[in-house]
Design a protein around this ligand. Sequence first.
Ligand code: ZN
Length: 438
Amino acid sequence: MPSVISTKGDYADAQRSSGVVKFTNCLLTKGNELVKEDLWVSSVSGKILNGQEILYEHRTAPEEIVDLGGRILSPGLLDTQLNGAYGFDFSVIPDEGTAAYGKGVLRVNRRLIATGVTSYLPTLTSQPPEVYQKALPFLGASGSARDPSYGSESLGAHCEGPFLSPTKNGIHNASVLRSPVDGISDLSNCYGASNLHPSTIKLVTLAPELQGALPSIQALTSQGIIVSIGHSEATYEEAKVGIKSGASMITHLFNAMRPLHHRNPGIFGLLGTPSSSIQKPHFGIIADGIHLHPTSIKIAWNAHPEGIILVTDAMRLAGMPDGTYDWTNGSRIIKNGALLTLEENGKIAGSSIQLVDCVSNFLNWTGASVPEALKAVTETPARMLGMQDIKGTLKEGADADLVVLELQGGVEGEEKKLVVDEVWKFGIKVFDKSSAQV
Ligand SMILES: [Zn+2]
């Protein structure tokens, strides 16, 4: 795993200058197209500029011209479901206490950015209330200082549970699952009242068929917190009522929910509902080659191309070398590439894939174009989060969080692979593959 280059010197230099950077000889992702165009950004404001205005009205010459040699320039990638990485688990408070937890989060942020993920939602699996109340104060939105040296930016936490179906718990501990019988007061008692705002909790995954779930969805969405349906036994009809109550997302579609049945299409059926009837939800897809068959992914994408969001759902062994690691209750996990299996029985224990590799898989499995595939980790998750003018876009005024990508392969049926060459955060280069120690 390459390490992040130091940004301190660059940042100080930028402060002393106009800080205008022009990217040239590059392919910009714009909608479903790759467009050969320049991009202007400010390393002072950390935002994308209007190049025409800078050049013709202010007659400002760029401070720095970056020739990308024909490579792709994309908005930074967004992962809306990441449980941990580099040996750190967002759902575990270390024995040393919350100060060590806070340091662990910062460590993940600094390393994660080298993978091209410039923003993400740190995700907690189902836990007892004391874990949420200790962890959530460290997981809220972290970008207000606009300091690129902090690394990847949390946009707020994703609480995946504990208001989930006990029969669709997946790897979640069933003993901590509960129903929000008393609505928002149950949520408040669990997460902590001071954490129930969108700058700390951005997204909650819950099962809409549980007692008290519908008023809980209404209460959360009225506070600006996004609700996603997941780990659920919901029928199509129950899922539809969940959407009508305000849910706007489906968590890892197909996994931990009823399969599509021709007489009961279940949660998946929401993708086939006419837009005149409900607002079709966005949906997360784990494109790791382990959780889903490629054809299932293609069907979902064809059903609702504007809704697909690729997520890693990766856990704390992401970014770690291959090998055997201690797990819970004396079990051990074998990591072999992205695949994690339990040592005792060979069962799949999760994923440690990187988001850019999910994009490459999606390209190879669906025949999507590069900009279509990148949209599923940039523009679409940003829109799902209500941040479409700030993140996941190259529009003027958005944050200059950028990834330079090289497309390898694709000749004579060869697999395509996107490689992260450079990462820029708030208009400052924070990772360069060519100068990183590997
Ligand atoms: Zn899950």
